[in-house]
Write a protein that binds this ligand. Structure first.
Ligand SMILES: Cc1cc2nc3c(=O)[nH]c(=O)nc-3n(C[C@H](O)[C@H](O)[C@H](O)COP(=O)(O)OP(=O)(O)OC[C@H]3O[C@@H](n4cnc5c(N)ncnc54)[C@H](O)[C@@H]3O)c2cc1C
Length: 285
């Protein structure tokens, strides 16, 4: 189907984009990132905005840079770049690996890191790694910029801390240099959306798990930190026995949904199995 008609703004700076949003007044407005989720919604006329503000011509929103002990990833950086960028591979390997599992090459070349985070689909693959890596989301609005921790960013189904008139401009990802990492997901062959996914990154020291960060995709309305798994891992020897004991906690505190792909019990089972696999790979066991 063809979308309903809308006015179109193509700002070249963040300030211009914010002005376009502010100038919309009472009109319904949508921000366009890579369009991989928004365009189908427009074509199905599930949304009929009167104004679309396209972020695609704002160079400052693209790319990966170092910012002290963190990486700064622009909101319009594509999944493909996040997957292949040498800085992300070196300092946030978990994110690189997860981005490489999103959809297919075509979608990864258009879809953006920021768009995926703001879209906040529970089956989306980038929320859990962002949460596990303690990412900080940088949000710009009429009153300036604010930073929101990933743990506060995902509010509900398809809902984040980004408010009306605001933009996600970038994500600050603390460096996890030298940490092992693995993103494990279970999906149907015909599509890459996660039925369940597990993001794990581990720092081992002389055969002991010194630090472990684990988060789950599609085990609730928002990405969930597997805190009980992390507690069961830290300070323990990096062995198959440790991991088996820890994975048993994977579904604690989760509230998985039932759908045509899996019921709640099957999702809990998947979370357990995938946590074991992801942690074992991240810890090199
Ligand atoms: C066939 C197909 C398969 C897919 N498979 C997967 C998969 O396996 N795993 C996965 O994780 N994802 C998957 N996706 C989704 C993909 O990751 C999209 O890139 C993502 O959901 C949205 O990113 P986008 O840049 O395209 O955003 P858009 O579609 O442009 O926007 C999505 C939403 O975010 C808002 N938005 C976008 N950018 C910003 C911003 N900077 N600030 C504020 N609001 C913003 C828009 O207004 C809109 O509401 C798939 C998509 C398709 C089409």
């Amino acid at each position: 189907m063809i979308p309903a008609a809308f006015d179109y703004a193509a700002p070249t700076t963040v300030d211009e984009a914010l002005q376009a949003l502010a100038g919309a007044g009472d009109r319904e407005v949508k921000v366009l990132g890579g369009g991989q989720s928004l365009l189908p919604v427009l074509r199905l006329r599930m949304a009929t905005p009167e104004l679309v503000v396209d972020l695609g011509r704002i160079p400052e929103l693209r790319g990966v840079s170092e910012d002290g002990d963190a990486l700064l990833i622009g909101a319009m950086t594509t999944h493909s770049t996040v997957n292949k960028d040498p800085l992300v591979r070196q300092h946030a390997a978990l994110l690189s690996l997860a981005a490489g599992t999103v959809a297919d090459e075509q979608v990864r070349h258009r879809g953006t890191f920021g768009g995926a985070l703001v879209h906040a689909d529970p089956a989306g693959d980038l929320g859990a790694p962002a949460l596990a890596l303690d990412a900080q989301m940088v949000i710009a609005g009429p009153g300036g910029r604010r930073t929101v921790a990933a743990s506060e960013f995902f509010v509900d189904l398809f809902t984040t801390a980004v408010g009306a008139g605001e933009l996600l401009v970038g994500v600050r990802v603390p460096k996890h240099t030298g940490w092992g990492a693995r993103y494990e997901k279970f999906n149907r062959t015909a599509q890459a959306w996660s039925i369940v996914g597990v993001a794990a990154t581990v720092r081992a020291e002389g055969g002991t798990i010194a630090e472990a960060k684990v988060a789950l995709t599609n085990m609730g309305l928002v990405p969930i930190r597997a805190s009980a798994v992390e507690r069961a891992l830290v300070g323990q020897p990096a062995t198959a026995e440790t991991i088996r004991a820890a994975e048993a906690h994977a579904a604690e505190g989760t509230s998985p949904m039932a759908d045509s792909n899996a019921d709640e019990d099957y999702r809990r089972h998947l979370a357990t199995v995938l946590t074991g696999r992801a942690v074992a790979a991240a810890a090199g066991v």
